[in-house]
Design a protein around this ligand. Structure first.
Ligand SMILES: Nc1ncnc2c1ncn2[C@@H]1O[C@H](COP(=O)(O)OP(=O)(O)OP(=O)(O)O)[C@@H](O)[C@H]1O
Length: 309
């Protein structure tokens, strides 16, 4: 097996004449947790499904867990835990009954023992008799994680696992993810939450089917070459709309009461801001945050995307 758990090159997926994924390369080393980010419809789910052999590949090639994604899908699936966006349970069965059902589905030996272990690892033992349908969002996600890890997979593919879950439950979910990674699992998790992106070892960002950037948070910020100015004061509330169409401004966005204005061309950016800058708004140059970078990448991808979509 290559040193990578996921090693795919030039993945393309077309649905009719629509290109959903446009030549994606991912090399994900064992034991790392990667965040998969990108706007709605950018191709994250499609890529994940190609990686685990659930969806045929239009072009490109690769291995997952050392198996060919085109010809050995069954072997990949046996060692992969895949949590879809709409993970479903039998809502009128208890947590325990749901897990027993999954254990039998995987034909695991010693069902009772395996269910006991999984319940304990995920902190579900005390709730095992509760009906799955009565659980809150956070506990449902925990049950889902239990279900997809019961067969001791080597790879977890999690597709927006925490959508709609409150911050405390999301934090606990991420503690579980890191604990699993610490035990050697490799994790690829798609999310729209920036705080979750920052909990990952590395991030891959997709827009319009193209992988725009990948690396650590700091790599991505540095490589973006984005220049960001921040302002906070009495006049900034109306400035984003005025600035966003100016030459040199890639985007202008509010973070709380502060306005971030970003671009690549320093001279043009400073000229645009100079037209509106007032001393009482305390303008200063700051390091862009991950969201600044992603908004810029998305707008750049939008411009490039018109040439192929
Ligand atoms: N079976 C399908 N048939 C036709 N088009 C599809 C199909 N599956 C996905 N698409 C299209 O492919 C594109 C990528 O979809 P995908 O679900 O992979 O995006 P995503 O990044 O996971 O989005 P989200 O964040 O909303 O889950 C979208 O334009 C979608 O409408």
């Amino acid at each position: 097996m290559s040193e990578y758990v996921i090693d795919v090159r030039g993945l393309v997926k077309k649905f009719g004449d629509k290109t959903a994924v446009n030549g994606v390369d991912i090399q994900l080393p064992k034991g790392e947790v990667w965040g998969f980010l990108g706007p709605n419809g950018s191709g994250k789910t499609t890529t994940i499904r190609m990686i685990c052999g659930l969806l045929s590949v239009t072009e490109g090639e690769g291995e997952c867990l050392g198996y060919n994604i085109k010809t050995q899908a069954e072997l990949i699936r046996r060692q992969t835990g895949y949590m879809t966006q709409k993970f479903s349970f039998w809502s009128d069965l208890t947590i325990r009954e749901n897990l027993e059902f999954v254990a039998r589905l995987y034909q695991l030996p010693k069902v009772k023992q395996r269910v006991d272990e999984t319940l304990a690892v995920l902190g579900l033992t005390d709730r095992q008799r509760q009906l799955a349908g009565a659980l809150s969002g956070g506990w449902k996600q925990r049950l889902a994680l239990a279900a997809v890890t019961m067969h001791n997979p080597k790879l977890l593919l999690l597709d927006e696992p925490t959508a709609g879950v409150d911050p405390q439950a999301r934090r606990e979910f991420w503690d579980q993810i890191h604990r699993l990674a610490n035990e050697g699992l490799t994790v690829l998790v798609s999310t729209h939450y920036m705080d979750e992106a920052e909990r990952c070892d590395k991030i891959a960002y997709l827009a319009h089917g193209n992988l725009m950037t990948q690396g650590t948070v700091q790599d991505i910020i540095t490589e973006s070459r984005l220049i960001t100015f921040r302002a906070e004061g009495p006049n900034v509330r109306t400035l984003a709309a005025k600035l966003k169409d100016r030459a040199g401004v890639e985007h202008a966005a509010y973070f709380g009461a502060a306005l971030h204005v970003s671009g690549i061309n320093r001279l043009a950016l400073e000229a645009a801001i100079g037209e509106f800058a007032r001393p009482e708004d305390h303008w200063q140059e700051v390091q862009p945050n991950l969201e600044d970078v992603f908004i810029s990448l998305m707008s750049r991808a939008g411009k490039d995307a018109r040439s192929y979509l």
